[in-house]
Ligand binder design. Structure first.
Ligand code: SAH
Ligand code: SF4
Length: 360
């Protein structure tokens, strides 16, 4: 299988073009064809020689994804299931926000963090996505739209982006490049479950990208139960990394907090959370997230509306910036990872059925 040309950052594309004995400006032409004019084949790059197009074709494919399922929600959310060359599945979600179109991209096949409330975590990690497989999610969705432009990106799909750090960073550089898709850094958010060393690295990178932390609990005891990562990187270490990030960048951090009935949504939890964030008031922003049940045997349930509002009020009274996140596409397996989980379930049922048949 040939690699995708979307794997290459602009610098790497220039290097490859020069290694082929071509002039550097050819790389910029290819870049503009890919990301400005958004062509999907090399033959459409009409200002390149036929010989060079043939060499591009011999080395690369453009898009490495095969579209498998598309589901459209009544609220306009579109969910894509893509098949990769090794028959793995990933998902991408397009959301219509008040401020524009936002895409949620996947960074790994599965996730090794194993959070107990997450469909992706329950299925373990198969492999990292390549840079091109992440970029292609945006290109494929953008290509399927008529006149609308994707203006925002959230790296909150399947996988832990900081567990695939180098590829995610190349991806961010590619989509942010002003000669290409030019998605503004302030319109891009990366969410992490809390890989502290990578938060230090991220603080000193040259992009002004937003950071979100999946917090989900105000203290170690509950967080370690919900998120295995907290057993090796406890809150003290995570918050020290976040402190370094805010001091270095002076940028705001979003804390994601899924409300789980009776687990983390009571008055004392809200007070403890307010306390945890009290030194960061200006630079902390809490996103209260409604829980999406993972399957019918789920150990968690969504918080009652009254508990959600009470939690919100306590944070507000403590002057913590906070919103209750709007839900998207609840009718189409909304939370990232759920469509893939269903597909795998279906595949394994089919496989079992096949095995049963072969036994007969
Ligand atoms: N691995 C990264 C990014 C992907 S998860 C992280 O954990 O931050 C993106 C967000 O979806 C996280 O905040 C995660 O906690 C949340 N999420 C996972 N499963 C969910 C569910 N069943 N309901 C609601 N949110 C969920
Ligand atoms: Fe992985 Fe994020 Fe899901 Fe946790 S919440 S299992 S880190 S994708």
């Amino acid at each position: 299988m040939k690699p995708s040309i979307y794997n290459l950052t602009k610098e790497k594309l220039i290097e490859w073009v020069v290694s082929q004995g071509e002039k550097k400006f050819r790389a910029i032409q290819i870049w503009e064809w890919l990301y400005r004019k958004q062509v999907t084949t090399f033959t459409e790059m009409t200002n390149l020689s036929n010989d060079f197009i043939n060499r591009l074709d011999a080395h690369f494919v453009v898009n490495p994804l095969k579209q498998s399922i598309v589901q459209t929600s009544v609220d306009g959310t579109i969910k894509y299931l893509f098949e990769l060359h090794d028959h793995q599945f990933i998902e991408t979600v397009l959301m219509r926000q008040k401020y524009g179109l936002s895409i949620c991209v996947t960074t790994q096949v599965g996730c090794r963090m194993g959070c107990s409330f997450c469909a992706s975590g329950l299925l373990s990690k198969k492999r990292n996505l390549s840079v091109g497989e992440i970029v292609a999610q945006i290109m494929q969705v953008q290509n399927s739209l008529m006149d609308e432009r994707v203006s925002h990106v959230v790296v909150m799909g399947i996988g832990e982006p900081f567990d695939n750090y180098e590829n995610v960073l190349d991806f961010l550089h590619i989509i942010n490049d002003d000669k290409g898709l030019a998605i503004g850094a302030r319109h891009i958010t990366v969410s992490t479950s809390g890989l502290a060393t990578k938060i230090y690295d991220f603080a000193t990178n040259d992009l002004q990208i937003n950071l979100a932390i999946s917090l989900h609990a105000p203290g170690n005891e509950i967080r370690s139960r919900l998120m295995r990562i907290n057993r090796s990187i406890p809150l003290e270490k995570l918050m020290a990394a976040v402190e370094f990030y805010t001091k270095t960048t002076n940028r705001r951090v979003t804390f994601e907090y899924i409300l789980l009935s009776g687990v983390n949504d009571q008055v004392h939890h809200a007070q403890k959370l307010a306390n945890l964030l009290k030194n960061k008031k200006k630079l902390a922003y809490v996103n209260l997230i409604p829980y999406n049940p993972v399957n019918e045997y789920d150990q968690y349930t969504r918080s009652k509306q009254a508990d959600v509002l009470r939690f919100y009020d306590i944070l507000k009274k403590n002057k913590i910036n906070c919103v209750i996140r709007q839900e998207f596409g609840t009718d189409i397996d909304a939370a990232c990872g759920q469509l893939r989980a269903k597909q795998l379930e279906k595949d394994s049922v089919n496989l079992e059925a096949k095995n049963e048949m072969s036994k007969v």
